[in-house]
Every structure is written in C-alpha cells, then in structure tokens.
Design a protein around this ligand. Sequence first.
Ligand code: G1P
Length: 294
Amino acid sequence: MTARKKRIRKAVLPVAGLGTRFLPATKAMPKEMLTVVDRPVIQHVVDEARAAGIEHFIFITGRNKGVIEDHFDSQFELERTLAERGKKSELELLSRDLPDAGQTSFTRQQAPLGLGHAVWCARDIVGEEPFALLLPDMLHHADTPCMADMIRAYDKHGGNLVAVSPVPKDQTHLYGIVGVENAKDKVSPITKMVEKPPRGTAPSNLHITGRYILQPEIFDLLSQQERGTGGEIQLTDSMIRLMDEARQPFHAVRFDGDIYDCGSKIGFLLANVAYALARDDLGPSLKAELRKMV
Ligand code: G1P
C-alpha cells in the first residue's frame, strides 16, 4: 500500500473536448474560453488550483485550442498600449493572472478516446508524483475553493482523493458514483466506485464532481485500460483497479458549495448569474434587474 505524502505541485486540466453542445459559439472558440462574467471558464478553474497552492498547470489540449495557450501567456502589444494609456488596474489584473514562465505545459490528446486517455497523455509531464486533476466544465463555487479543501484532506490522509456531492437519485446514471464508509463525514474512505451505473444500481447518490488527487501509479493502469462506458477509456475504471487491485487508499471529500456544469447551457447561464451575484461591483444591480425581469 502506497500512501506517499509528496506535495501536490501539478494540476492536470483536460481541455480537448469539442464543445458540440455550444455550437455555433464553439465553432472557432474553445468552450473553455466562454466567459463566466468577465473571466473564461478555464481561468476560474486555474484560479481554484492556484488558490490551493498548485504551481504547474498541464493542459491536455486538441485541435483549435491554441487560444487557451495564448490566454495564459503575456500579450506584449496589449500590455504596452495599456501602459501608454495609464490603465494601471487593467495591467495589474493581467499580471496577477499570468502564471510565471515555465509554470504551464501543453500537450495534445490527438484522438477523442475519453477522459482516462486524456489524463494518461499527461504522464511524462507529471512524472513520479501525485497530482491534482480538475475537469474544467465543472465550476465549484464556494468560500473555500474545493481543491484547497482536498489538499488539506490529502495532507492528513495521503493516497488518492475524489471530491463528491449528492445528486438526485434519478441522475446517478450520468456520473461516476462512489459508496463511502460514512456519508455524513466530510472525508470518508471510499468502499465502491462505478462509472455511470445503470439506473437503479448506484451504490449511493454521491457523484464524482470533477476534482481529484491521484497517485502516479494511475498512469500504468490507464495505459492498459480497456474501453468502458460509452466506448471510451474511463478514468474511473482505472481508479477502481488502483483501489481494489493495487490496494491504494481512496477517500471521498464532500464538497458543500455549488457546482455549475458549464458543459450544459443551463449550468453555464446559472454560473454567470451566481458568480455575478457574488461580486460587490455587480451583485446588487444584477439582483435588482433580475427581480424586474422574472
Ligand atoms: C466525467 C467522469 C465522471 C464524473 C464527471 C463529472 O464524466 O467520468 O466520473 O462524475 O466527469 O463531470 P463526463 O462528464 O466526462 O461524462
């Protein structure tokens, strides 16, 4: 059993998905660059990882995703123009968000073979250390960022961790679902995991929300992983083998904030409303306008 406690320095962000649910908006623009208020979805997720102390961001990209790389680079002409015009606060905003040189890596998935395959593409960049994984579609909105909570739990328990939250019973077939020792505990050992269980067979209503801390042994398992649900190489299937066969510990960390699935139109719209309402500069006037509207 491995419960190594190496520090979590790197985060993997799979951003290769086509975004077909948002056509035509995503015809030429990656879905991860759609804005929630005034920040791209992917920036919100990087913000969450940075708030948890992550130092290196590994993007698993695909064709037509080049603009994500540009977004996390400096923009010389823009910065010079802002400086010439004395736009100090805008300049500060840009420099605050910019990762240091060498803190980002980009690699292409090449073929849409599933989440497990996307994560496996990061193996050489991650190397032999545990890492964070954040699925960018799922925005986790809370006072304490979800990944910060998970790193705290990792510091205590080590091993592998998965963020979970309850979903209505009629939605369990849409997600990875875990069974835990004690569903009331904030952090509880996982006893069972299954990817998208057929209706009526889920071990609980706790779904995997898209935030993980994984040990590097997952990569060997992913390299041999056969296709699972939906004909795709499923990350959950390799996690099950890491837990059941390699006997590594897995804990569920309950996330108590709000989750917005920005891969769906309604989730994306709600995220915009929620993030704007939470801001001092926009919240009060938006609330007043919404009251008039509905
Ligand atoms: C993936 C994971 C699933 C998880 C979900 C969260 O599924 O495989 O376990 O619950 O993300 O969004 P996907 O949404 O890619 O079908």
